[in-house]
Design a protein. Structure first.
Length: 270
């Protein structure tokens, strides 16, 4: 049951994301900051380097918890450690989508607090803004209703800052999150399905392998009646080759694509 729930939460705002980020193939390397398109190439001290290695092995969630512990220890020793704070925001965003309902709000609160600290320490660096916005997105998804509405401007604000600082960060992840926000928001809060399509299509022109952008684009196409275009996006996700850098995210997006194919088209994919 929990596994099913964890998969369903991959439809991030953001995340995810990601968003999240995320909800996003680059070969395994030691520094996540460089791999993910950070604005600066930062020489890493040993705990951050080790935390990045753990995160690269995040198919086992316990490795992310180990990475988080390392960064908690780092901030306890140095509260001004930007490299640790933005990683805490990223790690909590990942864990929040794969945990229990009781732990999820605590992780999101921690991620938002860490993202704010990172932004305050280095407002001209992209990572803090992105992961703060991603955690806001997940909090909006979890809270729903008025809480989600109140967070829309914060999500948009952080992602607009990301676009100014480094539009390529997380494979143009800010476009994915902004596209999803435009899809989810009501019209009286500037929701616009066509604008969502434009943002997601722009992301895919630059990063055609971004499976989260494909997933969200399929939803946007369905919303405006472009059923065949939606099917093509979902089929494309299902035919994706495994990616060593984003394997866990691709697996989750493929599960979501499979569910949408079954729901909208009666298709069964193994």
């Amino acid at each position: 049951m929990q596994n099913d729930r964890a998969i369903s939460r991959q439809k991030t705002s953001a995340t995810v994301l990601h968003f999240l980020a995320h909800w996003m193939g680059i070969a395994l390397i030691a520094t996540v900051a460089t791999a993910r398109g950070a604005s600066d190439s930062v020489p890493l001290y040993e705990p951050a380097r080790q935390a990045d290695i753990y995160y690269q092995q995040r198919q086992d969630v316990e490795n992310v918890r180990k990475a988080l512990t390392l960064m908690h220890d780092a901030t306890a020793k140095n509260p001004q450690d930007y490299e640790a704070w933005w990683r805490i925001a990223m790690f909590t965003s990942f864990l929040a989508r794969r945990t229990s309902r009781t732990e999820e709000p605590k992780l999101l609160d921690e991620g938002i607090a860490a993202g704010k600290k990172a932004v305050n320490l280095s407002p001209d660096r992209v990572e803090g803004h992105f992961w703060l916005g991603a955690n806001y997105g997940l909090a909006a998804e979890v809270g729903g209703g008025m809480k989600a509405f109140r967070l829309l401007d914060r999500i948009r604000g952080e992602m607009q800052t990301v676009l100014k600082l480094n539009p390529e960060y997380e494979q143009a992840g800010a476009l994915v999150i902004l596209g999803r926000v435009s899809f989810e928001a009501p019209f009286f809060l500037d929701g616009n399905k066509q604008h969502s399509i434009e943002l997601l299509e722009e992301c895919l022109r630059r990063y055609p392998q971004n499976s989260l952008a494909m997933l969200f684009l399929a939803d946007s196409y369905m919303a405006v009646g472009r059923r065949e275009d939606a099917r093509k996006q979902l089929e494309h996700i299902m035919n994706h080759d495994p990616d060593p850098e984003f394997g866990p995210e691709l697996a989750a997006n493929q599960a979501e694509a499979r569910a949408r194919l079954a729901k909208y088209f009666g298709a069964s994919r193994q």
